[in-house]
Design a protein around this ligand. Structure first.
Ligand SMILES: [Zn+2]
Length: 95
């Protein structure tokens, strides 16, 4: 448990959901409703936050389901802008 950034309670919920194969039916992140939308990115509620190190439960994800290495220059630029502005230090990042 010590290696997780989640508290024990949240980690337990996460592992339980994972064991029920809840994460195998498509991409859970892509199914989440947006709290805020940008051109290439969106903010979603993180159901399994890293609550050992933050009280914030928002996560920023690319609208396209891609690996970090597949992000375009435009996507990376917008991401940097989002981080620099209102969401500075306030969201988890995925990927
Ligand atoms: Zn996805």
């Amino acid at each position: 448990m010590a290696s997780s950034l989640r508290t024990e309670a949240t980690e337990a919920r996460y592992l339980e959901e994972r064991s029920r194969a809840g994460f195998s039916e498509g991409c859970n992140l892509c199914k989440e409703v947006s709290k805020k939308e940008f051109t290439y990115w969106r903010i979603i509620h993180n159901e399994y936050p890293y609550d050992r190190i933050t009280s914030l439960h928002d996560m920023i994800i690319p609208k396209r389901h891609v690996k970090e290495t597949e992000l375009t220059e435009e996507e990376l630029e917008e991401f940097q802008n989002i981080k620099r502005t209102s969401y500075r230090g306030r969201v988890s990042v995925y990927p």
